[in-house]
Design a binder for this molecule. Structure first.
Ligand code: EPU
Length: 306
């Protein structure tokens, strides 16, 4: 049986061919996925992982499509969107609140839940787009807070389809880094530790985090911050001083609001974005002798040196 027949046999019309990925990302760039699948059950995520491995098909997980730059030449293999894996369970143990959520739950839904219920801990995530799995994968956060502060355990699926639960301290975490991303793990569920508080306090703290984002380019298509902050400095500041703000290539532009964002003004191409990224890196290197490393994830079948 071929890979196509096998995927169709298990998932029927739910497995789609040649799906355009651009509209599924916050940057709005990306060619077609050879196969595209949006599982509704963790069991199907396990199964597609096993089948992909069996047939030697590359597997890409796009979560909510934020923090991602996808090649407009498209991607071979199976692209999985986790956005329909959105089950949530809340456990209360005294003042400790445990949220056990499937990988595709939107972070904004968890922030909304905390605001409604008065759960504290996740206020920093207000305004961060994307899914829980994606946020844990890349250890998303702000300057002094990150998802790793909240994680109790993470459930992952390996190539053979085995499900493993990793406790927080079994995972190596860093600034915008987790060993889960280094090993390209497939996350199925996460458990976050929050605590009860007053709704008023949770609202106030969330608002203070929200206000720190006023200089970011809202209403524009972007993948979020492009570069990690180097130790003790801000990529946005360095990029601005190096004269990158407003730089444009085709429809891709370094935002006038915040220099660590590249926005798609309409029909930016993958190569326009790559050109801008490299130009920004070059200017910061020339001005400060600092190598900016990427925060965004680039998905491409080509071997890129960035
Ligand atoms: N700055 C400039 N010019 C700019 C942008 C920033 O001079 O164009 C200066 C600011 O004035 C400020 C400093 O740089 O003094 C830091 O800027 P900001 O407060 O905007 O914070 P950041 O370090 O650029 C970080 C995260 C953001 C997160 C904000 C929340 C990184 C790479 N960025 O930004 O995360 O939203 O804090 O306060 O860690 C993301 O992860 O995608 C992201 C955008």
């Amino acid at each position: 049986m071929t890979s196509t027949e096998s995927l169709e046999r298990f998932f029927g019309s739910e497995i789609k061919e040649e799906v355009s990925l651009g509209p599924l990302t916050t940057l709005g760039i990306g060619g077609n996925a050879e196969f595209y699948f949006e599982p509704y059950r963790i069991e199907d995520l396990v199964l597609v992982k096993q089948l992909g491995y069996k047939f030697g098909l590359p597997l890409h997980i796009i979560g909510g499509g934020s923090n991602l730059i996808i090649d407009d030449q498209g991607l071979k293999g199976i692209v999985i969107s986790t956005v329909s894996l959105k089950g949530i369970e809340i456990r209360r143990k005294g003042i400790l609140i445990q949220i056990i959520a499937e990988t595709g739950v939107q972070l904004k839904r968890l922030v909304g839940l905390s605001l409604e219920e008065g759960f504290t801990g996740i206020e920093f995530a207000v305004g961060i787009p994307g899914t829980l799995g994606g946020a844990v994968f890349g250890n998303a956060g702000v300057r002094d807070n990150a998802m790793s502060d909240l994680v109790s355990w993470v459930e992952t699926i390996n190539d053979e389809g085995e499900v493993t639960k990793l406790n927080r301290d079994q995972i190596d975490w860093g600034y915008r880094y987790s060993a889960l991303s280094k090993e390209r793990c497939c996350i199925s569920r996460c458990c976050l530790n929050l605590a009860t508080s007053s709704r008023q306090d949770v609202w106030a703290l969330s608002r203070s985090f929200w206000e720190k984002r006023v200089h970011q380019p809202y209403g524009f298509k972007s993948a979020g911050c492009v570069f990690k902050n180097p130790d003790g400095d801000s990529a946005g500041r360095l990029l601005e001083v190096a004269g990158c703000k407003g730089l444009r290539k085709g429809d891709a532009q370094v935002s006038h609001f915040h220099a660590n964002f590249i926005v798609n003004l309409g029909n930016a191409s993958f190569s326009d974005i790559l050109w801008l990224i490299q130009e920004c890196q070059r200017r910061v290197k020339d001005s400060f002798d600092i190598d900016l490393s990427l925060e965004v994830d680039i998905l491409s079948d080509a071997q890129l040196q960035i």
